[in-house]
Design a protein around this ligand. Structure first.
Ligand code: SF4
Ligand code: SF4
Length: 471
């Protein structure tokens, strides 16, 4: 591992997110009431954890069934890169057990006699620090002999903390912005439309095609990309636009819900549901028959598991853009030329939520092998993939020391197979790679690049208006 990203003392207790101000959390509670803080009593984190452990079957099972075998330690990227036992699946679960003991009958008696405030403060501090260092990547659940999912415990603990007034400022801001504006970045409709027009001009210039685009209009399908595609990932956006044009799919963008990402997944189901339900409302309003998700790992997971069943109840189908691309390739309605992406060595790295929660493993590979000439697997791929290091709501500057340490795992993987360009079709991965690659490249003396997958589809697409290829 590169020197700049090591934690030599195995102590990450000083790395924590900036905490959200009460006013921000109050706004969130106005939208989605927090059951634990209603009534006259102030919310008690330890009591909240006890209620969660009693009522949430996953949390109860995980705490009860874990035998502390330690198998998950060697799978957890946060422990492997920092060496801090608290920053591990077992260490985090032990913090919850400690909180439960502190709120047991004897624990409460002790707290009452020895000063409630002092003991609560230390336990709550450790819980909030280390549960906001977890990437919610579910790698521990993949290796655990009992299939225990510590990421689920992370979400539950964060949910209790948030109801009691403790949440990452970044995560809370994104959720509040998304619930208020329909996208995580707060992009106003004119800005979204301008970006779409800009990309249309670029496609005309680069590919000689005047693509059809609808925005907020009735159509057969509604495309929901992550908002980062209207801001940072314009090559991905151009990929959607040219692909749908060439495949002849009647679709519309929506400025009302221009966001596949769903940060509610990181802190609790109430907010995930609020954001997910909005997609269903907008789809019904536009009268579409199909909703197509763009490139985003956690967004796809929330979409597939929460939104799609609710869309189906309304007679609307939901798929990923990769499903549409594969369908078009099989029907031969699009032409692809992998030579357009040059001779670089592309390394596919699965976003966690595609591989360990979203059943999207073979699909991206099917597309990749048709849009580039040289594609390689990472040593840790498919269900064993490493998180980009920015998942779970950690994509914020104050956590950069951790993000760099976590990123070292996939960076070393890509280098070990001679990769020149990492392909990670996820908005969080792209933002994390955009922020960390310059430093990792500098320290590692490399020039590794990154992209999404629709970016490569864009380059490989041969417009139907182009002359047929020579035999
Ligand atoms: S692998 Fe499973 S049983 Fe073993 S310590 Fe981790 S969570 Fe507990
Ligand atoms: S979800 Fe990922 S980061 Fe969190 S404890 Fe499990 S393996 Fe570690």
């Amino acid at each position: 591992m590169a020197e700049a990203t090591q934690f030599p003392y195995g102590d990450t207790s000083s790395v924590k997110p900036f905490w959200a101000k009460p006013e921000l959390l109050a706004k969130l509670k106005d939208k989605v009431p927090a059951p634990r803080s209603t009534g006259n009593l102030p919310c008690d984190v330890l009591a909240g954890i006890r209620v969660e452990a009693a009522l949430n079957r996953n949390v109860k099972l995980t705490l009860d069934a874990c035998v502390r075998c330690g198998a998950c330690l060697n799978a957890c990227p946060t422990y492997l890169t920092t060496g801090d036992i608290h920053n591990s699946p077992v260490g985090r679960a032990d913090l919850v057990r400690r909180a439960l003991r502190a709120d047991s009958f004897w624990g409460r008696l002790f707290r009452t006699r020895n000063g409630v405030q002092a003991q609560d403060e230390a336990t709550v501090q450790r819980l909030s620090t280390y549960y906001y260092q977890c990437l919610e990547c579910r790698r521990c659940g993949e290796i655990c002999p009992f299939g225990l999912d510590q990421a689920d415990v992370t979400r539950s603990v964060r949910s209790v903390l948030m109801d009691c007034g403790i949440a990452s400022r970044y995560v809370a801001t994104v959720i509040e912005t998304s619930e208020r504006t329909g996208n995580n970045l707060g992009l106003p409709p004119p800005a979204i439309k301008n970006t779409i027009e800009f990309c249309r001009d670029e496609i005309r210039e680069e590919k000689g095609v005047d693509v059809r685009v609808k925005v907020d209009e009735p159509a057969y399908a509604m495309l929901v990309p992550p908002s980062a595609d209207f801001f940072l990932n314009l090559e991905t956006l151009k990929g959607y636009m040219l692909f749908f044009h060439e495949a002849g799919i009647d679709y519309t963008f929506t400025t009302e819900h221009a966001e596949l990402g769903n940060f509610g997944l990181f802190v609790g189901e109430k907010h995930m549901a609020a954001v997910g339900d909005h997609i269903v409302q907008v789809a019904k309003k536009l009268g579409v028959e199909l909703v197509i998700a763009g490139e985003c790992g956690h967004g796809w997971r929330a979409f597939k598991q929460y939104v799609v069943p609710r869309l189906r109840a309304e007679g609307i189908e939901g798929v990923h853009v990769f499903h549409a691309v594969i369908d078009a390739i099989r029907r031969r309605t699009v032409r692809l030329d992998p030579a357009q992406n040059g001779d670089a060595r592309y390394v596919y790295q699965d976003p966690c939520n595609y591989a360990r929660a979203g059943d999207l493993v073979d699909e991206p590979r099917f597309i990749l092998e048709r849009v580039v000439r040289d594609h390689r697997e990472s040593p840790h791929s498919r269900e064993a993939t490493w998180c980009c290091g920015g998942g779970g709501g950690l994509l914020t500057d104050e956590l950069m020391p951790l993000r760099l340490a976590y990123a070292q795992l996939w960076f070393d993987d890509a280098r070990s197979v001679g990769g020149e360009q990492v392909v990670r079709p996820c908005a969080i991965c792209k933002a994390q790679l955009n922020a960390t690659l310059p430093k990792l490249n500098k320290v590692g003396k490399t020039q590794l690049r990154y992209s999404g997958l629709m970016d490569l589809v864009y380059k490989a697409l041969v417009p139907s208006s182009a002359p047929p290829a020579k035999a």
